[in-house]
Design a protein around this ligand. Structure first.
Ligand code: CAA
Length: 294
């Protein structure tokens, strides 16, 4: 399948960075959001990252300008979807919203378009039957920060065709990323299941009074070689994102081990969501530098 035009739905941290990754790879990209202010914030954030990558010699100015020429943002889903060959949905992690989006995308995109979700919690079969093209539905799951992290999990549901998986893998390679294909769908996929097990143990150790947040992060970095400790990583990805993902999993399984922990719930209630609010497990200054444990 010849993929030339990609539609990214959702201009949050993940969607906007995925859109720039696609534009840098030579694809024509449209990025949709229902909220004009989020689009402006995404443009601003991506421009800063572009400028830094050019200043550090990671991208040439000419290549970066060409990538921006291929990238269009907007709020009119019908207009942006009309010519898409491949959709990457990176909207909010709420199943009813995603299902209704997939039904709209099914109506608005050409019949050959693959409808992929970047969801970290919902497997393809949760979305496929919201469309009349279940064979063309799959997950392509990027990691945060999407401009940097190499892995993209490609997940097929029971109805996803092998041609869809092949096209998704080919696209991921074209983006300069490393595809990891799952042979069978499972909530959380591979990397997040492993990561969540580590995070849950870290929160258990903290809530049990065994060690401080900083001490646990330091152990993970210096004993296990992690680039960031689990608390630092929660602050990067958003404390609320992990909370909603666990809550959705808990609603599905009823397993108490899947319930969000007390400290995380309290942080979400207080609005301490990590770097994006300046306070999570740590406190950050205006330039995003970590100052101290919260
Ligand atoms: N967005 C885009 N680029 C970023 C970034 C961000 N939020 N943070 C860092 N970078 C890039 C920048 O280009 C930066 O270089 P400059 O500051 O020189 O421009 C470069 O990464 C290196 O950053 P730093 O020197 O500040 O720090 P670092 O060497 O520790 O690298 C990191 C930062 C790449 C984020 C690294 O710490 C890391 O790999 N951390 C672990 C990330 C991880 O585990 N991600 C998976 C999260 S789980 C997930 O994503 C699940 C999901 O379902 C969404």
């Amino acid at each position: 399948m010849d993929i030339q035009r990609v539609l990214v739905v959702g201009a949050g941290a993940m969607g906007s960075q995925i859109a720039l990754v696609c534009a840098r790879a030579g694809l024509a990209v449209t990025c949709h959001d229902i909220d004009e202010t989020r689009i402006e914030a995404a443009r601003h954030d991506l421009r800063e990252r572009s400028d830094r990558d050019v200043a550090k010699g990671r991208q040439s100015r000419a290549d970066e300008d060409a990538a921006w020429q291929r990238l269009t943002f907007g709020t009119d889903l019908a207009g942006l979807a009309a010519e898409a060959d491949f959709v990457i949905e990176a909207a909010v992690e709420k199943l009813d919203i995603k299902r209704s989006l997939f039904a709209d995308l099914d109506r608005l995109t050409p019949p050959h378009a693959i409808l992929a979700t970047n969801s970290s919690s919902f497997v393809p079969s949760k979305l496929a039957d919201a469309t009349a093209r279940p064979g063309l539905v799959c997950n392509v799951h990027f990691f945060n920060p999407a401009l940097v992290m190499k892995c993209v999990e490609v997940v097929a549901g029971p109805q996803t065709t092998s041609e869809t998986v092949e096209a998704a893998v080919e696209l991921v390679r074209r983006l300069g990323k490393t595809p990891v294909v799952l042979d069978k769908e499972i909530p959380g996929f591979v990397a997040n299941r492993i990561l969540n097990a580590v995070r849950d143990e870290a929160v258990f150790l903290y809530e049990s009074g065994v060690a401080s947040v900083e001490a646990i992060d330091t152990a993970c970095r210096t004993a296990l070689g992690y680039p960031m400790g689990p608390f630092e990583l929660m602050d990067l990805t958003g404390v609320d994102i992990g909370y909603f993902t666990k809550q959705a999993r808990y609603a599905e399984t009823g397993d108490p081990r899947d319930a969000p922990s007390k400290s995380v719930r309290e942080m979400v209630e207080r609005g301490d969501l990590g770097r994006k609010t300046g306070r999570g497990w740590y406190v950050y200054d205006e330039s995003g530098q970590k100052i101290a444990p919260a």
